[in-house]
Design a protein around this ligand. Structure first.
Ligand SMILES: NC(=O)c1ccc[n+]([C@@H]2O[C@H](COP(=O)([O-])OP(=O)(O)OC[C@H]3O[C@@H](n4cnc5c(N)ncnc54)[C@H](OP(=O)(O)O)[C@@H]3O)[C@@H](O)[C@H]2O)c1
Length: 246
């Protein structure tokens, strides 16, 4: 029970790596606030956690609607009394060449991948500061370290959240530790939406581990970043990617 009685908000936890993290954190004793737009899947995640005897609740909120994000933090405080962990995991993938990329699309991607994490951080910081302790994890990507062809908005947003992570670590320490996870190819609905394993074959073949990652492998990295095992780790961009681009 490495997160006993901790309260964790995990955005984008109706699916993929957010869901795997919600389930792992609950099994480790955390009270988890699950969020996403899809109520059926949110209910399913919370139902599974509760059926195993652990604690979770859900809030339906769209990262594009910043006003709805207050509801997430309010629910954590009203139901569980505080917030110890914020995992900014929800993300929007965008595939469009620069000539065809609309400014609307650019703004949507930045809103979900950068602005919403910033705003949620602003909402939880006073709570964490009052306790003198807190942990924030942002989700960048290997696309936050290298550019790939045809997804400039996504690449730029994931570079931005990596930079924001370092600024947050400087400004929010010593009370709050802030790190980012940079996943490689992880088998989730996001990868399925662009062609599944075949679409990331080049990443798998170009990596020492020669395989795609599973959502649970991100969840375990997130767990490390939320416990005192990582008490001297902040401002870091932690790649969990099977070693691609080394
Ligand atoms: N999979 C990969 O290979 C990979 C690689 C690098 C980085 N990442 C990053 O990892 C994170 C998790 O992705 P994943 O692969 O686990 O994808 P996923 O299975 O598609 O899950 C994405 C989650 O984000 C939520 N979400 C998306 N747009 C949202 C919005 N506008 N408002 C609220 N919630 C929203 C979705 O919830 P609803 O559908 O319920 O709204 C879902 O729970 C993302 O930040 C992604 O960019 C993924």
């Amino acid at each position: 029970m490495r997160l006993k009685d901790k309260v964790a908000i995990i955005t984008g936890s109706t699916s993929g790596m957010g869901r795997a993290t919600a389930e792992l954190f609950a099994r480790e004793g955390a009270k988890v606030v699950v969020t996403g737009r899809n109520e059926e899947r949110a209910q399913e995640v919370v139902g599974k956690i509760k059926s195993e005897g652990f604690e979770a609740t859900y809030v339906i909120a769209d990262m594009l609607n910043l006003d709805s994000l207050k509801k997430i933090v309010d629910t954590a405080v009203n139901n569980y009394g505080t917030v110890d962990i914020l995992f900014n995991n929800a993300g929007l993938l965008s595939v469009a060449p620069i000539e065809k990329l609309t400014l609307d699309e650019w703004e949507r991607v930045f809103k979900v991948n950068v602005t919403a994490p910033l705003y949620l951080t602003q909402l939880v910081v006073p709570i964490m500061n009052a306790k003198g302790k807190g942990v924030i994890i942002n989700t960048s990507s290997v696309a936050g370290a290298h550019a790939h062809h045809g997804n400039a908005a996504y690449v730029s947003s994931k570079h931005a959240i990596a930079g924001l992570t370092k600024s947050m670590a400087w400004e929010l320490g010593p009370e709050i530790r802030v790190n980012a996870i940079l996943p490689g190819a992880i088998m989730t609905a996001m990868v399925d939406s662009v062609g599944g394993e075949a679409a990331v074959k080049h990443l798998i073949e170009g990596s020492p581990l020669k395989k795609a990652g599973q959502p649970e492998e991100i969840a375990r990295a997130a767990l490390f970043l939320c416990t005192d095992d990582s008490s001297f780790v902040t401002g870091q961009l932690i790649r969990v990617d099977g070693g691609i681009d080394i």
